[in-house]
Design a protein around this ligand. Structure first.
Ligand code: SAM
Length: 240
């Protein structure tokens, strides 16, 4: 499998445009018109498959900033699940993640094509998040080391537990030991079932809420549980 999109790099616009180094990976300009076009693309896919697309509108900039704020300090290699129209992809590139170190999975064929056209230099895969570890092994992403973070736009809340388990297991198989899984939810509580967290030995931290997002969304961060075992300190008179 090719490490790059099939999209021709001729499509690159404003290689050294005002936005800095991220601009070289993007094929559009941030404007209300392009934002509306992305929203329309997204809405059409929602009409076709509301359960999988899971939202009628792409995430807003406030939520994207809050998701980026949860990347570990110095994060270099990132995987994005459910890229949609590319709100987080764009934010990740702006955050400084190099296109070579970013892999984006999108299940929907049309949204996948949209992402390829919008980010011709990035590494966009048409695939299922359940298959993430297999995909990363087959296409060479995993060879270059584990990911520091997985950023997920998947509609976890509406997924059955088994699917949540499969996706979280595949994601943590690609993450370094202290790697983070960053997720958002529209619901009032943790979107991942406690059984799933226990089965995978994961801790959760509830982060901020993006009130300006439509609908408002809360960010959650998942990490492997660190051992809470405290080494035994010999007590006075303890001659064991
Ligand atoms: C709620 S939308 C979020 C899109 C984008 N990240 C955003 O925040 O605007 C969920 C996205 O996940 C994609 N998706 C759903 N199930 C998936 C799966 N199993 N693997 C990969 N992508 C999936 C959908 O097609 C959709 O684009």
């Amino acid at each position: 499998m090719s490490r790059r999109n099939n999209a021709d790099n001729d499509g690159l616009t404003s290689v050294h445009a005002a936005n800095g180094h991220d601009a070289q990976y993007m094929n559009d300009h941030a404007s209300p018109t392009t934002a509306r076009a992305h929203a329309w693309t997204f809405f059409r896919q929602w009409l076709k498959n509301p359960l999988k697309v899971a939202s009628i509108t792409p995430s807003g900039q406030q939520l994207a900033r809050m998701m980026m704020a949860e990347l570990p300090t110095g994060a270099r290699r990132v995987i994005e699940l459910g890229g949609g129209t590319g709100v987080f992809t764009s934010a990740l590139l702006k955050h400084g993640i190099a296109a070579d170190d970013l892999m984006v999975l999108e299940l929907n064929d049309e949204l996948h094509l949209h992402l390829q056209q919008r980010f011709p230099m990035a590494y966009i895969v048409n695939g299922d998040a359940r298959e993430l570890s297999k995909i990363a092994a087959e296409n060479g992403y995993a060879e270059r080391g584990p990911a520091d973070a997985v950023v997920s736009g998947l509609g976890m809340l509406s997924m059955p537990k088994q699917l949540q388990l499969d996706i979280m297991a595949a994601a943590f198989a690609c993450l370094q030991p202290r790697g983070r899984f960053v997720q958002f939810t529209y619901g009032p509580a943790n979107p991942i079932a406690q059984d799933v967290l226990d089965a995978l030995d994961l801790d959760t931290r509830r982060s901020t809420t993006a009130w300006r997002n439509l609908p408002p969304a809360t960010v959650y961060v998942y990490m492997r549980r660190q051992s809470e075992a405290i080494p035994a300190v010999p007590m006075r008179g303890d001659h064991r």
